[in-house]
Ligand binder design. Sequence first.
Ligand SMILES: [Zn+2]
Ligand SMILES: [Zn+2]
Length: 547
Amino acid sequence: MTPADELIFLALGGSGEIGMNVNLYGCQGKWVMVDLGMTFADPGTPGVELVLPDLDFIEKRAKNLLGIVLTHGHEDHIGAIPYLAAELKVPLYATPFTAGLIRHKLIEEGLEKEVKLKVIPMGGTFQLGPFGFTYVALAHSIPEGNAVVIDTPYGRIFHTGDWKLDDEPILGRPSTAEELTKFGDDGILALVGDSTNVFNRRESGSEGGVRDSLLKLAQGRKGRILVSTFASNAARLDTLGKVAVATGRHLCIAGRSLERIVRVAKETGYLKDFPPLVDLEDAERLPPQSVLIVATGCQGEPQAALSRIARGEHSHIRLGRGDLAILSSKNIPGNELGIGQVINQLTAREVTVITEKDAHVHVSGHPGQPELKAMYGWIRPKYAVPVHGELRHMAAHAAFARRCGVEKAIVQTNGDVVRLAPGEPAIIGKETVGRQVLDGDVIVPADGTTVVQRRRLAHNGYLSATLVLGRGGKLMHEPHIVVHGVPVENELDKFRRDCARVVHQTLDKVGVKDQERLAEQIRIAIRRLARDYTAKRPVAEVHILSV
Ligand SMILES: [Zn+2]
Ligand SMILES: [Zn+2]
């Protein structure tokens, strides 16, 4: 697929899923990429944490790729950069805070010289071939949420990025209704936009409201207060700094991602009146009523600060009776078990736990229906292309956009080639897309041999038999049986003996002439034995050595 005199949209990630956003726009033979994110692995891929998009499509066309434009600094929008950007050999474009986060990632990977990073001021514009870009500030749950307006010879795109409406965003100044209306007046061909919260009937709510509520919760408390939130939510951190000052507490932070965000936020002019931070070692010695701890791990991540504190394994922070833990966050689907475990562990320590179900301690960064309606009213796009959602979110968003007056809304998913102009927009083709995983420090296909084998081993266990054959094909020793992760532990010796017996029987029956056939017959026989014992089908191997 090469874009001709037309405007093409093609998602390589983030459409049909929430996470791993990678969007391509194509025009007159050239491509630009908007965002290059990653997502987290589910428990179905044991041993793997990060999932990356498969960029094969654009890697093959990299000489016609003009640049990668980043909307904001969340991992689902920039997380794949350290792993995949260098190979594409094109510059990255980002506003200062986002660029600061990217720079830290590139430095960590030793790529700061290899990958060019161009910092564009908020509201700035730049041209990449036939594409003119303008950053448009919108509120979100990280500083410098941005939409991008993309001017092309075939019309103007309003690519929303992740956004919400917030009268009191704490950090930054989002575009006003008037400014957004102006874009609408000038004419927008298509709005390509965030579908995450399309099922929310209410607006997402303001950071200012959370600040008031957190302050109320902290006032008059006697014990330690710990708040866990998403590290990237610098406005929430600013709020917690103010709560600490207002309640006479020292602020300390626990977790590396928090340290990084605070550093980048300060470097780029945010958190200007953040109170001085107290080291955790010092916080340990302070009276409980004079400490406010901000900790990573609001999603129950086992290695994050909050989980270690809840398990009583943190080297400096202990919580107990009279202390308060606030989860200033939402449960991301899939993390409920881990979060529940942390809350149970804190409860066992007699810590009072407050979540968003108990008090107004979190607001979402994505638009609910009233906000979507307002945005469609201002921008008045001719067409809508929902992204940043599972199919159910995008289909609902498309229906909602039609009710808001768009002429046509296209439900597309990763790999669909959407022609936006000229003429009636339509899906005109399908390109191959996929997922890769970061396993250790190696990137492998998500459905490749490594992952498939790992999954089989993790689910079924492993069984092997080794035979040493001497002269004339006689067994030199009893067969050596190895069992890993097969539930025979209560009768392991008996199982091993039975395995050896099955090996002997098969050997007698098949003979040693055709060793390949012998190995396969033994493999089938010991696997059947394991199945009879356990109803499991372990990965089985047979090794035959001739001496
Ligand atoms: Zn985001
Ligand atoms: Zn996102």
